[in-house]
Design a protein around this ligand. Sequence first.
Ligand code: THU
Length: 133
Amino acid sequence: MNYFNELKTLLDCSSAPYSGFNVASIVVTKNGAVFKGVNVESAAYPTTNCAERNALQTAITEGTKSGEIQEVHVLARNAEKTLVKAYPCGSCRQVIAELSANEAMVFCYVSATEFTTHSIAELLPNAFLGAEL
Ligand code: THU
């Protein structure tokens, strides 16, 4: 399913007073449940939370089990208010890989008709999934 319209609306919930870069993410589980997240920035910059991890952590909080994340959808808007394609950052890729048993598909949008899809294994090759721990 295409989540562009929901993501575009969700961008207005993003709190990004420092970068002006709004990010919205929607994750879909194997059961078809849908969870939303936006980036929330902090004056202590590293304390900022990314949209993708906020959506993933909400999914877990609401009862989704590790391995059940199937899709991660992402849309961003820059400080000039232009919609731009954004790929998940390295930290988000790690969490997507872990919570999807390395099987999630990531959808990166620019418009309703322009988006690319990527497997998490493509975005994070040779992921450390914790089996060695
Ligand atoms: N950001 C995300 O929310 N997701 C990403 O994958 C890339 C970066 C946010 C963090 C920060 O609030 C802003 O974008 C600029 O880095």
